[in-house]
Design a protein around this ligand. Structure first.
Ligand SMILES: [Zn+2]
Length: 301
């Protein structure tokens, strides 16, 4: 399925996650067509299978590479990168390999990326507390703040189809609730069909395209997520158990991080058919913990 050489390269690589992300992007890219919903599901099938392989052949060593620190967390990396480029920052609530794939498709030649990590447990609350010592994303990303040696002015994008005008201003930070909000509360966002996930990816790439017109934009997220869609049997590893992603009992499939038990891989998810959510997060896994830091160059004149 995947070669032994790939595993060897990953294990001995000084930056295994960078290497892994680059490999995945190359592998997934050809599968993206103009049908974004169909492409999203194809990507997810591949991610599910690939992660199962990592779990089987690499095991806990793989999950250990996903545990970060101040130097490798995605949010500080994004702010430092944006400061160096004299650009702006967009923090998406939930940002993963899939969003990176669609941004590359939407804005060819303008997208670069690195691998960042989400603090564990991979919940908004924990990430905000860990990286901003703040109580919420709104509190952290509005008003004037000093982050990693630079001053930033923050704004929340309430309506993704109507983002603020920014002209040529830089030193701005924006918060978007996409994709977490529509995927977590699918019904209240009118996503009656799981197929609408392609629509959510379109909205994000339109937003990024707009915000990067005049200045470079660095995009990342607080955490990634596991997609379960309307059928957990498809994207979780059988036999999956209905459990929260941290603070529960997980037989052997867990790690203890700073005294908290967190689920690893895709064996546990608190989802049901009646649930509103088509994603879960909180644990340690490829798609929850690896959060790309994406640079979009300004639109050429
Ligand atoms: Zn979040």
């Amino acid at each position: 399925m995947y070669s032994d050489a790939l595993l060897t390269n990953l294990v001995i690589h000084p930056e295994p996650l960078e290497h892994l992300l680059e490999w995945l992007v190359k592998r997934l890219e050809p599968g993206i067509s103009s049908d974004w919903s169909g492409s999203y599901e194809k990507i997810e099938e591949e991610l599910t299978e690939f992660e199962r392989w990592l779990d089987t052949v690499w095991g806990m060593g793989f999950y250990e590479t996903l545990i970060g620190n101040e130097e490798s967390y995605s949010i500080p990396l994004a702010f430092k990168t944006a400061a160096e480029m004299d650009g702006n920052v967009l923090i998406c609530d939930g940002f993963s390999i899939r969003e990176l794939m669609f941004l590359r498709k939407a804005l060819p030649e303008r997208v670069r990326y690195n691998a960042g990590k989400a603090p564990t447990p991979t919940t908004t609350e924990n990430v905000v507390e860990t990286v901003f010592q703040s109580t919420g994303l709104i509190e952290a990303l509005t008003g004037q703040k000093l982050y990693w040696g630079n001053t930033w002015n923050g704004d929340v994008i309430e309506d993704i189809s109507n983002p603020p005008r920014l002209g040529k201003k830089t030193g701005l930070m924006f918060l978007s609730y996409h994709p977490d909000a529509p995927l977590h509360r699918a019904r209240s966002y009118g996503l009656t069909q799981v197929q609408d996930v392609g629509q959510v990816m379109k909205q994000i790439s339109n937003l990024v395209s707009y915000l990067s017109r005049n200045s470079p934009l660095v995009i990342t997220g607080d955490h990634g997520y596991i997609y379960v869609g309307d059928n957990p049997n498809k994207y979780l590893w059988l036999p999956y158990k209905r459990k929260k992603r941290f603070g529960a009992d997980y037989t052997t499939n867990f790690m203890e991080v700073e005294g908290v038990r967190v689920a690893v891989g895709r064996f546990h998810a608190s989802v049901s058919r009646r649930s509103n959510a088509v994603i879960v997060h909180g644990g340690v896994s490829l798609c929850e913990s690896l959060v790309p830091v994406v640079v979009v160059e300004a639109e050429p004149n």
